[in-house]
Ligand binder design. Structure first.
Ligand code: PLP
Length: 398
């Protein structure tokens, strides 16, 4: 066997957003004017008091290992925040501090994925769900997320995909890449169905829980006692407090799985960076005006981008109700989504992501991230409009 033949790695995927970010950076380094609407990372700095808390922690000597599940004051802060945002009391003994939200999905999928198992995941959805499912040898079963349904998931369709082999169901609301928010009635139905299947674990990715608009509510799956004994909740600091590079997240685990997660932590990362954990306490307990201003900016931008997209020929865009992405339908332009994304970057200097990078049901769509200034969003949409108006030849050859 050759050195590079390693089981599973022929199936593991990636996040194309990072490749687009690198390509956009390379073009910009050559002097090209690139407007980046590709990456899912707030274009704001982490609020100052959070940065200061980390600096102070370093000066005060937070240099060593911590408990593998995270320092108790941070787990307590997460429990307090959970009570405030969901009304649900969780013990800090069920909270695990992790190096980024992604790590929770990695762990949950690793726990339940194996050959012969089915795992349901949203499509279009965060690409790492499918990648990790495939890596474990489990069968990835996409839950189609449909524009006709306002990009909410359908409980009925999700339940219809369950098989005796289903081990894990992954849901995400507010959602990446669509901005969809699933209403309470639909979640009620899903939970009622899953209550009949106590052998299935549920991973609820609620990393965008603070980013909902137009009076929509975020409904946490934590609020359903019927599934509490097998619900894994994913959340983190990356989006709410603009902390993507800090690598700091948290998950809430059911009692039966907690020790397994603790062991994974011990084996893989020992503990999360200690000063970052201290910053996490400041993020939760400190002033929230920075976080609120960011959400207000995303709210304005998603309205601007939706209006501009809907004015373009062949493009239609459902108004996103959550997160900070728009997911316009570009099928009528005649372009394949990835070809359009790539041509836009190379020829028009606009970075965004083709829908198929989020799953097969993403064909016909592109993801536009609102993590850029309103001015840059307007410039990008103007370029997109000009490009579509002049792109007939390129389209035919695409
Ligand atoms: N879940 C969703 C739906 C996301 O969009 C992202 C990041 O884009 C993550 C999880 C991962 O977050 P983190 O950067 O904290 O690992």
């Amino acid at each position: 066997m050759s050195l590079t033949t390693i089981a599973g790695f022929e199936r593991i995927g990636e996040e194309n957003a990072f490749a687009v970010l690198a390509r956009a950076g390379a073009l910009a380094a050559k002097g090209r004017d690139i407007v980046n609407l590709g990456i899912g990372q707030p274009d704001f700095s982490t609020p100052e008091h959070i940065v200061e808390a980390a600096v102070k922690a370093l000066r005060d000597g937070a240099h060593g290992y911590t408990d593998a599940t995270g320092i108790l004051p941070l787990r307590e802060a997460v429990a307090r925040r959970t009570l405030t945002t969901t009304g649900v009391e969780v013990s800090p003994e069920r909270v695990v501090i992790v190096p980024g939200g992604k790590v929770t999905m990695f762990a949950a999928i690793l726990m339940f994925g194996e050959p012969g198992a089915d795992i349901l995941y949203p499509d279009p959805g965060f690409p790492i769900y499918r990648s990790m499912i495939e890596f474990t040898g489990a069968r990835p079963v996409p839950i189609p997320i449909r524009e006709a349904n306002g990009f909410a998931f359908s409980a009925q369709e999700t339940l219809s995909l369950l098989t005796p082999q289903t081990r894990l169901v992954i849901v995400n609301s507010p959602a990446n890449p669509t901005g969809g928010v699933t209403p309470r009635a639909e979640i009620d139905k899903l939970v009622a169905g899953l209550a009949e299947r106590p052998d299935i674990a549920i991973l609820s990715d609620e990393i965008y829980d603070q980013m909902v608009y137009d009076g929509e509510e975020h409904v946490s799956l934590l609020t359903y006692p019927a599934i509490a004994d097998r619900l894994i909740l994913l959340n983190g600091f990356s989006k709410t407090w603009a902390m993507t590079g800090w690598r700091l997240g948290w998950s809430i685990w059911p009692e039966a799985l907690y020790d397994k997660m603790r062991k994974l932590a011990v084996n893989a990362w020992s503990c999360v960076n200690a000063p970052a954990q201290c910053a996490g306490i400041a993020a939760i307990d400190g002033p929230q005006d920075g976080a609120r201003e960011m959400v207000a900016a995303f709210d304005r931008r998603r309205q601007v981008v939706t209006e501009l997209l809907n004015a373009l020929p062949g493009v239609s865009c459902v108004t996103p109700k959550g997160a900070f992405y728009a997911f316009p339908n570009i099928a009528e332009t005649g372009w394949k989504a990835k070809a359009l994304a790539s041509a836009l970057l190379e020829e028009a200097g606009v970075a965004l992501i083709g829908g198929p990078d989020f799953g097969v049901h993403g064909e016909g769509y592109i993801r536009v991230s609102c993590a850029n200034s309103e001015e840059n969003i307007r410039r990008a949409m103007e370029r997109l409009g000009d490009f579509l108006a002049s792109g007939t030849a390129a389209r035919i050859s695409a």
